[in-house]
Write a protein that binds this ligand. Structure first.
Ligand code: DAT
Ligand code: MG
Length: 186
């Protein structure tokens, strides 16, 4: 199965086909293996400040699986579409200018059901002054307009944002050699 066709299909359908082509079994982490994806983006300030490695390390060490990654100069139309729900906010023009002000690192992370919520916890509250220490925003930012990182706020937006930023290209179907040490099988 080619990666681009995987990217355009819902995660649950992808899960079923992955399970049918491998020996994957149900786990006790969730009701189904590989249930969710999150679109995660290191914003231009995170790239300029040299935080890319540190941020990726946190998700790798947690045990989530990287499925796609690219350094990308965002077109204005993509930034506007990504944040379309905020279009009426007074800060919207500044937000779009910020996102297109330099390259971002776009990623797709995959994991068990609950990964989207878990990544949001690792990222921290939107306003970095309210983010808990130990979160990415809590450790590396002080300003809501320079809060270093984006992460999808729901599994549905994980799918929507992945389609927007990757357009069906660059999603890699692979198995981590540490998977059996991260996920308990039964
Ligand atoms: P999050 O990025 O935590 O999902 P959001 O979706 O509410 O937060 O907003 C998207 C981005 O917009 C956020 O990361 C930074 C910016 N933003 C949100 N609220 C803002 C505000 N009151 N002033 C300036 N920028 C804001
Ligand atoms: Mg958001």
């Amino acid at each position: 199965m080619i990666a681009s066709s995987l990217a355009m299909r819902p995660v649950r359908a992808r899960t079923a086909s992955l399970k049918s082509t491998t020996t994957r079994q149900r786990t006790n982490c969730a009701s189904a293996a590989r249930a969710e994806i999150s679109y995660v983006m290191i914003k231009p300030d995170g790239v300029q400040r040299g935080l890319v490695g540190e941020i990726i390390t946190r998700f790798e060490q947690k045990g989530f699986q990287l499925k796609a990654m690219k350094l990308y100069q965002t077109p204005e139309e993509v930034a506007k579409e990504h944040y379309k729900d905020l279009a009426s906010k007074p800060f919207f023009p500044d937000l779009v200018n910020y996102i297109v002000s330099g390259p971002v690192v776009s990623m797709v992370w995959e994991g068990e059901e609950g990964i989207v919520k878990s990544i949001r916890k690792i990222v921290g509250a939107t306003n970095p002054l309210e983010s808990e220490p130990g979160t990415i925003r809590g450790d590396f930012a002080v300003c809501v307009g320079r809060n270093v990182i984006h992460a999808s706020d729901s599994p549905e937006n994980g799918e929507r944002e992945t389609a927007l930023w990757f357009g069906g290209e660059g999603i890699v179907d692979w198995t981590s050699c540490s998977e059996d040490w991260v996920i308990e099988r039964r």
